[in-house]
Design a protein around this ligand. Sequence first.
Ligand SMILES: C[S@@+](CC[C@H](N)C(=O)[O-])C[C@H]1O[C@@H](n2cnc3c(N)ncnc32)[C@H](O)[C@@H]1O
Ligand SMILES: [Zn+2]
Length: 395
Amino acid sequence: MKVKRIYEGKAQLFIPDLDYYCKVGSAKYEPSYAPVFYNPEMAFGRSLSILVLRTYQKIFRKKLHICDALAGTGVRGIRYSLEVPGIQRTWLNDKNPLAVELIERNIRLNLLEHLSVISCLDANLMLLKNSYGDLRFDVIDIDPFGSPINFVESSIHAIKDGGLLCLTATDIPPLYGKYPDTCLRRYSSISYSTEFSHELAIRILVGAVARKAAQLDFSCNVLFSHYTRHYIRVYITLRRSVRRADESLKNLGYIVFCNNCNYRMIEKSSFHHVSLICPFCGTLLKPIGPLWCGPIFNKSFLKNMENVLLQYQPEEYSKIKRLLKFIGEEADGPPTFYVIDKLTKRLKVSSPKLKKVIEQLQALGFFASRTHFHPKGLRTNAPLKVLYDVVRSSL
Ligand SMILES: C[S@@+](CC[C@H](N)C(=O)[O-])C[C@H]1O[C@@H](n2cnc3c(N)ncnc32)[C@H](O)[C@@H]1O
Ligand SMILES: [Zn+2]
């Protein structure tokens, strides 16, 4: 394999030579063309994961036994070992023998032999082999090609009580409603293309995890989640408790949506009482779900993340701070958001300043904020009629 040496965070890494593994006839590096996967565009997401793990470690004050189940070059697990305090051991696994060769090389390069275990197995097999007693993990990171859903059940078996499950999903078109059949097959959930589909993707994924967790007597608590360009990422703590699992299931439900007037309603737990006609414009409503209607951010965890970020000031400090600020604003808001241009299109007017609309809604006593999901997104609990009135009066 043709490799080159790079730095990412505190790690030095041998990665496939990005200039060599280009699509034929194109100068652009394509991660899937290399014999081992490495995507420089995911570096920001990895840095954010480090912040989440540092915060989790600080709050729970325990030694962390971490599993990077689909490790590729090992970049994630290696960065955890180097950049998160209190690591007991990091297990790096990949089923690709070439990846494992590179992981071994990178572990030596970073002098991490004493903290690392390496295996070349199917991730499910590896997780199930570690699914009892002290073999279990405090943190499991699932960063696959496409959907993480096939690794969720074995992860729940292999996680300690109160452990942190970190999932990346890049199968965006099914989750966003472009391929609803695929979404139904994969997540047993109906997706639909809306202006808030990025958020739906997170809710559908968490909903599927919560159902699987409940079957195994675990509850879910989402500490943090975000959408960044071509992927979503969720961080969920899992507690073993039948009572908590039952409580957790109460966060499942449906969102019913009107594609004509932007009306939407959250129907937690039960679906049977929902009128399928939009109360605002009379159009047939579209049910989306089942999905997670509960919180997808935890305000107190976010505050802790901000404090930890301030203390250790990583390279991407400003970018992370900006994202946390956005998410902090929207964290207490209701599920789903509006996109101002869609509202004004229906009103056949030009768009007012988002800031002005938010201030007016707040002045009326409603929750209103921006959202990190969309530059023109508006999260509010104001009824749709009030929202349309405020948009008109903000022009
Ligand atoms: C998206 S890449 C991982 C990238 C890596 N985590 C990073 O941050 O650069 C997915 C990896 O999963 C591995 N993989 C795919 N299916 C697997 C399976 N069933 N078990 C173990 N590894 C698997 C692939 O070989 C690939 O290296
Ligand atoms: Zn309607």
